[in-house]
Every structure is written in C-alpha cells, then in structure tokens.
Ligand binder design. Structure first.
Ligand code: NDP
Length: 497
C-alpha cells in the first residue's frame, strides 16, 4: 500500500484558519465557537472551522442580494457563461489540490474525487455555462376584444429568481454544490451555500477560485456551521428567494415545512431513497454480479441514487451471492489516498455508528449476513462491504435507507410481483432494470415509480438528463432544461397598442 504525497498547497490550506467566504473575502466571522474537521480514514482532526451565526448569515445574504440587483444583473448572459467556463478551467488546473482535500475530508478514494468531485464538476459547470445565453420566454397571440381597432401582443420573460440558498450534504461536497451554483449563476441568480459540517473546507477553496475566474464579489458566498443554526437562519432570512437542498428525507421534510411556513414556496428538494435494482432471468450470473457492484458499492454506498434493494431471480440467487462475496473479498479496502484503493472509510463517525447499528438490526431480525456485517480492525471509520439475504420484503434493511455499502437481496419468480415489490416503498429516487430483452424493459419502464430509471446500468448521471425524485424522494429536477423552471420566475407581459 502506498499513499500519494499530499501537495504542499493542501497542507498549507489545512493549516489556515477557516470560517466563511462572504462578498469575495475569506473571513473568520464573529462567533467564538469552532468545530473540527475529522479525517475519516484516521479519526484525526485535520482542521478547525469557525461556526457561523446570524451575523454571518445576514452579511452573506446582504452581499448576495446587492450583487443580484447590481453587478450580476449588469453582467450579460454570455459573460455569466464565460465566468462559469473560466471556473471550470480553474477547477481542472487545481484538480489535484481539490481532490486531495475532498478525500481527506470525506474518505472518498482519490481516484473518485479526481473523476467526480473535480472532473465531473467541471463538466457540469460547462453544461450550465452553455445555457446562460439560451434561457428565453415566448411570444403569444392574444384574443382580447378590440372595440376601437386596438391590438394586443404578449410575451413571457424568464427572470432570475433572486438569492438562492443551497444546503449541501457531505457525500459530494464539491460536485453537489456545483450543481446548485452552476444552475443559479447561469440563470442570473446569486448564491449563499451552507456546506455540511463534516466537509466545510472544499467550497471555501472553490469560492477563492471563483474570484480568480472573475466572478464578481457577492455572487458566491459560503457560510459554515450547523444545519439547525446557520441552516435555519438562512431559510428564514427575508432575502432568501429559493432554497435548493440535497440531503436526507427527514431534513428535507423539515425544510419543506419551514419553506411553507415562511411563505418562501420555492424549493428544490433532492432527498434520499431506497433504490431498487432488478435483474431479469435472462441475465447471466457474472453480469448480475457486475451490475450489483456498479449499482451498490461505489463510494462506500454513500450515493443517494445507489441501489440498496436487489431483486434476483430465485434460480440465480445462491450463485449470485457466492460470486458477489468472492468479488467483494478481493476488493481493496484502504486509505483514500492510495490510488489503488477501491473502498475507503465511511465519511464520519456518526454515519459509521449508524451502519454498525444496522448490521446489529439485521442480526436481531434474523436476516442472513452472507458477507461482511462488521467494522474493520483498524483506526478510522472502516466497515466491510456487506451482503444480506433478506427474509422478506418486511426486513428493516429492505425498507430503510442505509446510505452505506450494504446490499440487501430478495429473490423473486414472477415479474408482476417484482414490479409490485419495487414500487412498495414511500421513496422513488432511482431504479434499474437489467435485461437483454429491451422490449420487456420498455414495457416495464412506465410502471416503475422512480425519478430516474436506468436500463443495464446504474448510478451514472449526466448534466443533460434531468435528475430528481418522485414520492418522498424529493421535489423538482436538477439538470437538463428542467432546472430553468426552478431558478427563474415566469413573467407575462401583455401590451395594448
Ligand atoms: P442531512 O439531511 O443530515 O444534511 C444535509 C445538509 O442539511 C447538511 O448541510 C446539514 O447540515 C443540513 N441541515 C441539517 N438540518 C438542517 C435544518 N434543520 N435546516 C437546514 N439545514 C439543515 O444529510 P447528510 O448530510 O447526512 O447526507 C446524507 C443524506 O443525503 C442521505 O440520506 C442521502 O440519501 C441524501 N442525499 C441525497 C441526494 C440526492 O440527490 N437526492 C444526494 C446526496 C445525498 P449539518 O449536517 O452541517 O448540520
């Protein structure tokens, strides 16, 4: 095992005092409280960050509002896109630094941080940049009565919604923030982002790069601190025009309620799920196992769209579980900074403890733990990738999101019964169907309740394809042209002449 050397710029960044980024300046803020950033691979503190409070929220919201009505409103659509493209260039130029910071804070294997948190973030920025000059309204013919020969015309305008508050989870601290930032800025909005307390560092660095990219002061602001403190102040702030949130279902419901209570009404909620992957009987065992590994175990299963419920034809079940266990036992678990690592630690201690308690729950309920089901004997928050054969669809692990490297398996014989089982959940973020019979897949497509359905693949997102959940998995869509509706207001203008 060999770890890459940390860049000097990374160690220097960690040594700095950290707080917030408001109106183009890194500040520590006025609160005396700090919180620690822990490397989940070692359990050691790697940096301290100042808690934000009402003062920092007020400053950030005011800066974002001033920029929204001033400098950003005066920036042409094409130049907004140019700004995002230059930020994409700078992400790539500083790619190794950002990827190392992400891996140190989240435990994500370095290759994944390079590919997704930096590489894909640059792609998302470029995709959104292209939209800046293409957001448009339409002209309409009006049928109002004309008594004295007067005529009418009407048109609609798509106007930026205002200051957008983005609340970000810990699993992709750069990429998910970039989804929100790219959509907001290309539409003409400004942002105040609140990263997760577990991963508060990376966006502070991205904000500095945004300044270097020529994005005017006040357009991007970061306030660090707790959800209950900073998050609540942001959501109830009178200058907040919209919230875009990615995180758990319980927090999403709280935010939805708060949005309604405070008359905000504009919210995009990307929440969790209990996503299903179903393999039809024509799939050979090796292909099923490849699919399960792709769908369930990337980034230690800490991907909202990952599959956690696996439906396998009963004729294949034993062979699939045997081969999957063999493949998982060959998986390289280790330091996120080792380029050959396939699986790192869980992202934080609370999540690690939650996953250990779910192993215990599975045991108590009598589910069969076929592989894994325990922590690793080493420092840090490492657990084994785990395979569970459920007793029935009522097992807790067939119903509750784990957000960890745990696949729970149920066999089936009847495809009608399969669709009913896939849909028997309050969630509906993603699902996948695996078969060579594409006619059958197309017929099943409209019957599966999910915001995104993959056929013969799972987990991969693309900026051109709308993403979001149905049922309790959320509200609204990111990406594609669908984002425009969520970051602009539609104004109608009717003119008599
Ligand atoms: P949480 O819901 O706990 O937190 C997400 C963010 O919300 C954090 O920044 C958190 O702050 C903040 N927050 C918590 N409470 C409040 C509050 N009352 N008001 C405002 N903000 C608040 O999720 P996790 O960070 O634990 O992320 C994991 C979850 O996110 C999983 O359930 C997963 O399914 C979901 N997720 C969904 C995705 C999707 O696109 N649908 C993508 C990625 C993750 P802090 O923690 O600092 O207190």
């Amino acid at each position: 095992m060999s770890e890459i050397n940390l860049l000097e710029s990374v160690t220097a960044f960690l040594r700095r005092s950290h707080g917030h980024y408001i109106n183009g300046v890194s500040i520590l803020g006025q609160e005396n409280e700090t919180f620690s950033v822990v490397n989940p691979a070692t359990g050691e503190t790697i940096a301290m960050v100042n808690q934000g409070g009402e003062n920092e929220v007020n400053q950030a919201m005011q800066a974002a509002s001033t920029a929204f009505h001033g400098v950003w409103a005066e920036t042409s659509p094409m130049e907004r896109g140019n700004c995002l493209n230059r930020l994409a260039d700078l992400l790539l130029k500083n790619s190794e630094q950002l990827a190392q910071l992400e891996s140190l804070c989240s435990g994500k294997p370095i290759q994944l941080s390079r590919m997704l948190d930096v590489g894909a973030s640059a792609d998302y920025l470029r995709y959104f940049a292209g939209w800046s000059s293409k957001i448009s309204g339409e002209t309409l013919d009006v049928s109002l009565p004309s008594f004295k020969g007067e005529k009418y015309t009407a048109f609609t305008r798509r106007e930026p919604i205002g200051v957008v508050v983005g609340i970000i989870p810990w699993n992709f601290s750069i990429m998910i923030a970039i989804w929100k930032l790219g959509a907001a800025l290309t539409s003409g909005c400004t942002v105040v982002l609140k990263p997760s307390e577990y991963t508060p560092l990376t966006m502070l660095r991205v904000a500095e790069l945004a300044k270097e990219a020529g994005i005017p002061d006040g357009v991007i602001n970061i306030v660090n601190g707790s959800g209950a403190g900073v998050g609540t102040h942001l959501l109830t702030h009178p200058l907040c025009a919209k919230v875009t949130f990615t995180g758990s279902v319980p927090t999403g419901k709280l935010i939805g309620k708060s949005v309604m209570e405070h008359g905000l009404f504009r919210a995009t909620l990307e929440l969790g799920g209990k996503n299903a992957a179903a393999f039809l009987s024509d799939m050979p065992v090796e292909k099923i196992v490849d699919g399960v590994l792709e769908a369930g175990y990337m980034n230690q299963g800490q991907i909202c769209a990952a599959a956690e419920r696996f439906y396998i034809p009963s004729v294949h079940m034993d062979a699939v579980l045997k081969l999957l266990s063999e493949r998982l036992s060959a998986m390289k678990i280790g330091s996120p900074l080792d380029e050959t690592t396939e699986m790192g630690p869980l992202a934080n201690k609370e999540h690690y403890e939650k996953i250990l308690s779910l192993f215990e729950k599975a045991r108590q309920e009598g589910s069969e733990i076929v592989y894994g089901g325990h922590a690793l004997e080493r420092k840090g928050f490492f657990v084994m990738p785990t395979v569970i054969r459920a007793k029935s669809a009522d097992d807790t692990l067939m119903k509750e999101e784990t957000f960890g490297p745990i696949g729970t398996f149920l066999s089936y014989d009847d495809e009608e019964e399969l669709i009913a089982m896939m849909n028997a959940t309050p969630f509906g973020l993603s699902a996948s169907l695996w078969t060579n019979d594409l006619g059958k897949a197309m017929r099943m497509t409209s019957r599966i309740e999910a915001g995104i359905l993959w056929i013969n693949m799972h987990t991969f997102l693309d900026p051109a394809v709308p993403f979001g959940g149905v049922k309790s998995s959320g509200m609204g869509r990111e990406f594609g042209s669908a984002f425009i509706e969520h970051y602009t207001e539609l104004k109608s203008v009717i003119m008599r002449y």
